[in-house]
Design a protein around this ligand. Structure first.
Ligand code: PMP
Ligand code: GLU
Length: 395
């Protein structure tokens, strides 16, 4: 009955874990949820007010497929101000979340026989979106000893005649790595030599720490800009996950193809959310800094607590809101059931300690687990304590 495509696809593991944790909570279990990557802050009032005004003004009809001009102009200004990038309206498309932006790109660029390079650890949806579009994900492993940074030699070694694109994510989900300018320059050089495209997912741009600077690979020169699709959105920067606001900037032929595809699938993104997005991008930005400082405080706490647990080690993330500790030191230990993988440990922690987190194998690295610290300090303290006690029972 089902298509081959439907048979080959698995549900998003991050969303699945979140659903499981929420179901346990609803049934009365006191679960600490480190599972989903979603700011625990509420959307700022000025943004909500802009949406309420849009409803009151009757801005509740179809809009142009790729987004209203006012929003495109706000996005253009954001790229100019934050990234030193110049785009025209026809080089911008607004979609229903960055996940949808990435999906439209996959539809517009990938096809049978194409290979798409994805450095691992990767965000869960990248390989599946490639598969959904009949292309082949080529996973290039990166190493903890390199803070999970992709080396240009490793990239080059996996490029074939079929390679179409590489998906880069900085700051990274799940590792928290932020690529510096030099590293990006070296990757850009390989990309240009092989005439690939870069899909640059910059959704965590605003969440960088320890003096790390976010650099968009597209800003490194006019040639690489022509080969880059920059994806960004408001889910993380403005705590707007439910509003579904993502956008892409890139070469106009690709943006046009994405707009045609979007016109046949979702039509325009939500009209009300578009008005809210203009306010998010052009209104006061102090909220973003307040949230970032709080995440920074939680990051430092969580990483030091994780490193204090025997047989667990965690590199210090410089971006996003995830810790990605190595837990392979626990493999082979037993409490009832033996722990041989990140999934075994995640299940043990869920059942024994009522702590929800995502096993690293969902991100292509079975030695690690992912904890989101986009949750209250109180939850972090409680959760870490539970993990420490549960891990202490493994012998
Ligand atoms: N990219 C990365 C790396 C993410 O972690 C997420 C998580 N939500 C997204 C894209 C998609 O974000 P959204 O669709 O909410 O804009
Ligand atoms: N990106 C977030 C995460 O990694 C939200 C879940 C998802 O979109 O898959 O947890």
């Amino acid at each position: 009955m089902l298509s081959e495509r439907a048979k080959n696809i698995k549900p998003s593991p991050t969303l699945a874990m979140d659903a499981k944790a929420k179901a346990m909570k609803a049934s009365g279990v006191d679960v600490v949820n480190f599972g989903v990557g979603e700011p625990d802050f509420d959307t700022p009032e000025n943004i909500k007010e802009a949406a309420i005004k849009a409803i009151r003004d009757g801005f509740t009809k179809y809009t142009p497929v790729g987004g209203i001009d006012g929003l495109k102009d706000a996005i253009i200004e954001k790229f100019r101000k934050d990234n030193g990038l110049e785009y025209a309206r026809e080089e911008i498309i607004v979609s229903c979340g960055a996940k949808h932006s990435l999906y439209n790109i996959a539809q517009a660029l990938y096809g049978p026989g194409d290979e798409v390079i994805i450095p691992s650890p990767y965000w869960v949806s990248y390989p599946d979106q490639v598969i959904l579009n009949d292309a082949r994900p080529v996973i290039v492993k990166t190493y903890e000893s390199d803070v999970f940074m992709l080396k240009p030699e490793a990239l080059e070694a996996r490029i074939t005649k079929k390679t179409k694109a590489i998906i880069l994510n900085s700051p990274s989900n799940p590792t928290g790595l932020t690529y510096d300018r030099k590293a990006l320059e070296r990757i850009a050089e390989v990309v240009l030599r092989h005439k690939l495209y870069v899909i640059s997912d910059e959704i965590y741009e605003k969440l960088v720490y320890d003096g790390a600077e976010h650099v968009s690979i597209a800003s490194l020169g006019s040639e690489i800009k022509k080969r880059t699709l920059v994806v960004n959105g408001l889910s993380k920067s403005h705590a707007m996950t439910g509003w579904r606001m993502g956008f892409t900037a890139g070469p106009k032929e690709i943006i046009k193809a994405m707009t045609n595809i979007q016109s046949q699938s979702t039509s325009n993104p939500n009209s009300i959310a578009q008005k809210a997005a203009i306010e998010a991008l052009t209104g006061p930005q102090d909220f973003v800094q307040t949230m970032r400082s709080e995440f920074d405080r939680r990051r430092r706490f969580l990483v030091s607590e994780l490193n204090a647990i025997p047989d667990v080690s965690c590199i210090t993330p410089t971006g996003a809101f995830y810790a990605f500790p190595n837990i392979s030191g626990l493999f082979g230990k037993v409490n009832g059931k033996p722990v041989f993988s990140s999934s075994d440990l995640a299940l043990f922690l869920l059942e024994d300690a009522n702590v929800a987190l995502v096993p690293g194998d969902a991100f292509g690295d079975d030695n690690c687990i992912r904890l989101s610290y986009a949750t209250s300090m109180e939850n972090l303290k409680k959760g870490v304590e539970r993990i420490r006690n549960a891990v202490g029972k493994l012998k």
